[in-house]
Design a protein. Structure first.
Length: 278
C-alpha cells in the first residue's frame, strides 16, 4: 500500500490496495492511521459495488444516521448524491459544512464512491480545520475561545429551508422535515477524539449562533470565521475519477461541492461512519 500526499492543505491518494476484497487487520489499521494524518483519502481504480462500499465503511465504525436522505432502493445506509444532466435546481451542498454537525453525535467520517463522473467540473473542496486554527491570529482566536456553537439543520432541511418544499426539480431523494429545526450544541474549538489535536468544528450554516450571545453579536463572528476557515491556504481541491472512493474525517475538515458540469450526469454513492467510540 502506497500513500501519496496531495501537496495541498490535506489529502492523500492510496494505491496498492484492493477494496473489492476484504482487508486485513493490518490494512485497516494502516488506512485509519493515514486517514487521521491526512484527513481525506482517495482510492482510485476501485471497481466497487454497494456491498464493497458497506463493508469498507464498517471497518471504521458503525453506519451513521442520515436523517434527511432517503437511501437507495434495497439498502438502508447508502444514499445517492445525484445530479441529472438537465437539472436546473441549485447545486447541492455548495456551501461549506461538516456532515450532520447538528446531531448529538455527528458522524466521524463520510465515504463517497464515484459511479458516474462528468468529464469536466464537479470537484469537491476540503478545508483543513486544524490548520485553520493553528494559523489563526491570537487576537482573532481570543474571540472564539470557549464558545459553544448552536447547530441546527433548519436552514437546509426544514420544510421552508433551502431543500424544503419549494425546492423543485431535484433528482436527489431529500426528505425535509420539521425535526430539522431541533438544536444541538458543540464546542467550537474542540480536540479530535482520536488524535487529541485541536481544531474548529463546523461553520456558519449548520452553526446558527453561540450559547449566551445575542444574534446580532454572533452573526458577524460567524461570517468572519467562515471567511477564515475557507481561505485558500487551508483548502484541498479533489478531482474525481470514475471508480474512485474517497473518505474524509468530518472532525477535521469542512467540505463543499462545486459545479461546472451542466449537461452531464453525476452520481456517487455515500455512506457515513458513526461517531468514534473509544
Amino acid at each position: 500500500m502506497k500513500i501519496s500526499p496531495s501537496g495541498q492543505a490535506c489529502g492523500a491518494e492510496v494505491t496498492g490496495i484492493d477494496l473489492t476484497q476484504p482487508l486485513s487487520t493490518d490494512e485497516v489499521s494502516a488506512v485509519r492511521s493515514s486517514w487521521l494524518d491526512h484527513h481525506v483519502l482517495s482510492f482510485p481504480d476501485q471497481t466497487m459495488n454497494d456491498d464493497d462500499l458497506e463493508r469498507f465503511t464498517r471497518y471504521f465504525g458503525d453506519f451513521g444516521h442520515d436523517p434527511f436522505f432517503d437511501p437507495i432502493e434495497g439498502r438502508k445506509h447508502i444514499a445517492a448524491i445525484r445530479r441529472d444532466a438537465e437539472e436546473k435546481s441549485p447545486l447541492f451542498a455548495e456551501n461549506w459544512h461538516s456532515d450532520w454537525s447538528f446531531q448529538a453525535h455527528p458522524p466521524a467520517g463520510t465515504c463517497l464512491l464515484g459511479i458516474t463522473i462528468p468529464p469536466v467540473g464537479g470537484d469537491t473542496l476540503f478545508a483543513n480545520q486544524h490548520a485553520a486554527l493553528d494559523a489563526m491570529p491570537s487576537e482573532m482566536r481570543a474571540q472564539y475561545e470557549g464558545l459553544t456553537a448552536i447547530h441546527s439543520a433548519g436552514l437546509a432541511y426544514a420544510p421552508d429551508g433551502a431543500y424544503g418544499e419549494k425546492d423543485e426539480g431535484r433528482s436527489m431523494a431529500i426528505r425535509p422535515d420539521e425535526s430539522a429545526r431541533a438544536i444541538e450544541t458543540h464546542p467550537l474549538i474542540r480536540e479530535h477524539p482520536e488524535t487529541g489535536r485541536p481544531g474548529l468544528f463546523s461553520c456558519m450554516g449548520y452553526i446558527i449562533g453561540f450559547e449566551g450571545m445575542a444574534q446580532e453579536e454572533a452573526l458577524p463572528l460567524l461570517q468572519q470565521l467562515y471567511a477564515w476557515q475557507s481561505r485558500d491556504e487551508f483548502v484541498y481541491r479533489h478531482q474525481w475519477q470514475k471508480n474512485m472512493l474517497i473518505m474524509w474525517d468530518n472532525r477535521s475538515v469542512l467540505h463543499c461541492a462545486t459545479g461546472g458540469y451542466d449537461g452531464h450526469d453525476r452520481l456517487l454513492h455515500r455512506t457515513t461512519i458513526a461517531a468514534y467510540q473509544a
